[in-house]
Design a protein. Structure first.
Lengths: 405, 420
């Protein structure tokens, strides 16, 4: 059997919510030993105030939101405001190859855990500081969540209909861009360390990562002075291009047509309705000009079928079409099933839970998801005594002194 | 932090062959940001994605696509016809010099050319080959065609975006290609790290559909945990309280919209106190807000009545502010919340200038410097940045084929034969 990608790599994770833990989760999926450092005084916000909770009953170990970001990790609790905890945290870091943190900038330094301090004893340490706006600059220390930052970065303005206020992108959309770039940054830094022995600090602003995703809009403004705004589902060079109603409650199918040949295939599948033969729909220019009417006519046709039927029939003739999967569908989608995206594991308080596998398959070193998200402090004893080598007595003292708390 | 910055990227010694279309551009660009030598291989005449707008000065021209500029900088460019035996022979010679290969053809196409992973890995066993497709290399939907719209639909994200009485929407600027390119770069670098430790290459199979699942955040878990279906609610977010309260996230202001959400937890409580104080200073805080015991405020069990009591006066107050006023006060008062910005406002944000985010890149053939978003992160040992502008069609044919030992006459011949 092959080694795992991150076999023997150890990760200490400080912070919470999505942006830091998401990176640690991916490393754990690929074999890193990852420890979450929390405390009962300040548990991860996803545990303390983020539903869903199993059976709708709040509880630190019952949050689906926490679970999905934290499989295959150890969890320990250190009250970093106590004196002994700082020393213990430094021991955790001495054990680790990588530190991931996503506190508000300045927090780690105030705790005595800034990179300059840590790297003195450990020059090969890799540390990722992931935050909203970066570790430097006038807005660095402004606290923030991805849900808001998604708006500051232009995404919200670009989502919704032109005749109505923008809509939200559901959650902390931009946090996950930060997770992706964070993983990339750590993998590159680990590779560099392997070749040179040098560790380094990575200052990752989710804002700056997020703007990569809207770069053409920024260039369009800079060069052409154009402010791009939301256009519903419209595409400047395709028609039809939208979501159409289907049989069933709130069921939708998207269809996009990029060429006249695809248009011919679409109307053939529709059985050549009389309106489709009209020349004003025959060309892209004509379809764009009459797009509202086109959308409504296509919607009348799609309403007679299920979204799945339409997808199959249109795809069979080379027309792009797809079911708008809802949050139930994604658990049964045959393609996601084929990729083994959902990994069901038993959690001690939540019962069975579907953990999420990565978007890519590595042919030689697949992701392995085999331990559920930890309960808070679940590995205190194991981690301090077995991994860090504290004696039973020392461990007891830390409990008594509320260092582990 | 180390002051010993080297003027080389972390991946400077590695070479990438990039055969991808718009679905994969970002993957190669990211490796390029980190200093890799990325060679974009286009078909003779140029990549069709050069026709994607917007365009420099609105002139549709394959050498003026801003989309191309944005996602193919940090790459050198050559043209090569892989559908000819001679083209494939040259390609295999390039593969021997490369560490990475990125492609985004339909599953089976590379195999049909005799360039599938099995074959390619015999040419270069250490190669990391990354294949980017809408749904993955195998499986029931692997042959389905998809543009951004279909990928966004199948990922589930569209079902969460839009108004309940209107169809679900995508983000107006294609996002699935970005997610996919980023996840592909991540998988590629994981395989690279493994190769460094073991000497073994491998095949990275990236699904665009799966690449977006993480952006659903915790929405799926409502179904998984309690069989509650999370759906699109426009500017409203539900699911934040076990008592079913819904929170507004988008508030109209004087000149647009502000993203503000009643939050709990330490940051939310600080925000609620600060906002009440700010409103009170302008005589707009209600008695309810002033008397509220914020320290015991628990968002996870809040009721709709409480939320309405908070949001009502908040909405009235935010209407009296401009986006800029809100932004400045939010920073000053350490409140959560940001304006809903456009490109113009992003370009005016002092934070990004203070961090030297924007980067000017010369485009001599356009007689202009273009400002770009710079690197995606700051590394203490090495720059992550734009090193070169996107290539013109076949711009580096001589340079790169020259490195392979082909001379000017060879290139003339290959050009006329339609191979390069």
């Amino acid at each position: 059997m092959n080694k795992r990608v991150f076999e023997e790599i150890k990760v200490a994770e400080f912070g919470g919510f999505a942006a830091g833990p998401g990176v640690g989760k991916m490393m754990a999926d690929f074999g890193a030993e990852v420890v979450r450092v929390e405390s009962f005084a300040r548990p991860d916000g996803f545990r303390s105030h983020y539903p869903p909770y199993t059976d709708n009953e709040p509880g630190l170990n019952r949050s689906g939101c926490f679970a999905i970001h934290n499989n295959n990790k150890y969890d320990i609790t250190l009250n970093l405001k106590t004196e002994g905890a700082l020393e213990a945290a430094k021991k955790v870091i001495a054990w680790a190859d990588v530190v991931i943190e996503n506190f508000t900038p300045g927090t780690m330094s105030r705790l005595g855990l800034g990179y300059e301090t840590l790297s003195k004893d450990k020059p090969d340490l890799i540390m990722l500081g992931s935050c909203n706006q970066g570790q430097t600059g006038p807005h660095a220390e402004h606290p923030g969540f991805g849900s808001h930052l998604t708006s500051l970065s232009g995404f919200t303005h670009l989502t919704g209909y032109p005749d109505a206020p923008p809509v939200i992108l559901y959650g902390p959309y931009i946090d996950y861009i930060g997770v992706g770039y964070g993983m990339i940054a750590i993998a590159a830094a680990l590779d560099y360390r392997r070749r040179t022995g040098k560790g380094q600090y990575i200052d990752l602003a989710q804002y700056e990562g997020g703007l990569q995703f809207v770069a053409p809009v920024l260039l369009d403004y800079l060069i052409n002075g154009r402010i791009t705004s939301r256009m519903g589902n419209r595409n400047p060079y395709a028609a039809p291009h939208g979501a159409y109603p289907c049989l069933g409650e709130d069921r939708w199918c998207v269809i996009s047509v990029f060429s006249d040949e695809e248009w011919q295939q679409l109307i053939k599948t529709m059985g050549y309705p009389h309106w489709a033969k009209e020349s004003r729909f025959a060309t892209l220019l004509g379809r764009k000009e009459n797009e509202d009417e086109l959308d409504s006519l296509i919607g009348q046709w799609t309403s007679g079928f299920t979204a799945e039927q339409l997808m199959e029939r249109l795809q069979a003739v080379g027309v792009r079409a797809a079911v708008v999967n809802n949050m139930k569908d994604i658990y049964t989608d045959p393609q996601l099933k084929h990729r083994h995206i959902w990994r069901e594991l038993e959690h001690v308080e939540m019962g069975r839970f579907n953990y999420q596998a990565p978007a890519f398959n590595l042919s030689e070193t697949p992701a392995e998801i085999d331990r559920p998200s930890p309960c808070i402090g679940e590995h205190n004893h194991f981690f301090f005594t077995r991994i860090l080598g504290y004696s039973e007595e020392e461990y007891k003292t830390m409990l008594e002194q509320k260092v582990i708390a | 932090m180390s002051t010993n910055i080297e003027e080389k990227g972390l991946l400077t010694s590695f070479r990438v062959l990039d055969l991808s279309n718009e679905r994969g551009f970002l993957c190669g660009k990211i490796l390029g940001d980190l200093g890799a030598d990325v060679i974009k291989i286009e078909k003779p005449g140029g990549d069709p994605a050069r026709n994607i707008g917007p365009f420099f000065e609105d002139k549709p021209d394959p050498e003026k696509s801003l989309y191309w500029f944005a996602y193919n900088n940090n790459k050198r460019g050559i043209t090569l016809n892989l559908e000819t035996e001679s083209g494939r022979d040259i390609f295999c010679r390039l593969v021997k010099t490369a560490d990475f290969l990125i492609e985004s053809f339909s599953p089976g196409y590379m195999e049909s050319l005799g360039l599938g992973y099995e074959r390619i890995s015999r040419v270069n066993p250490q190669l990391v080959m990354t294949s980017i497709t809408p749904f993955g290399q195998t499986g029931p939907y692997s042959q389905y065609k998809a543009s951004d719209l279909e990928i966004m639909a199948m990922s589930g994200l569209m079902s969460l975006l839009g108004y309940p009485d209107r169809p679900p929407v995508r983000v107006t600027v294609p996002q699935s290609y970005m997610w996919t390119g980023m996840q592909a770069a991540s998988g590629t670098l994981l395989a690279h790290y493994y190769r460094g430790r073991t000497g073994k290459g491998q095949h990275v199979d990236v699904s665009a559909q799966a690449s977006i699942l993480c952006a659903l955040a915790h929405a799926p878990t409502f179904w998984d945990v309690n069989e509650v279906l999370t759906v699109r609610e426009g500017p409203i977010m539900s699911g934040r309280s076990v008592k079913g309260a819904k929170m507004r996230c988008i508030f109209p202001c004087k000149d647009g919209f502000i993203n503000f959400i009643v939050y709990g937890g330490p940051a939310g409580i600080t925000t609620n106190k600060a906002l009440t104080e700010w409103m009170d200073s302008e005589g707009m805080a209600t008695e309810y807000l002033k008397n509220k015991d914020w320290d015991s405020f628990d968002i996870a069990t809040v009721t709709q009545e409480e939320i309405d009591q908070i949001e009502g006066p908040t909405a009235e107050f935010l209407k009296t502010k401009t986006k800029k006023e809100f932004f400045e006060e939010a920073i000053k008062r350490r409140m959560l919340g940001y304006p809903v910005t456009t490109a113009e406002e992003i370009l005016a944000d002092p934070q990004l200038y203070a961090r030297d985010y924007w980067q000017k890149v010369a485009h001599p053939e356009l007689d202009q410097e273009i400002t770009y978003p710079g690197g995606f992160g700051k590394f203490s040992l090495s720059p992550c940045r734009i090193w070169r502008r996107a290539p013109l069609i076949g711009e580096h044919n001589e340079e790169i084929y020259g490195e392979l030992g082909l001379n000017g006459n060879d290139l003339l011949m290959l050009k006329q034969a339609g191979i390069i």
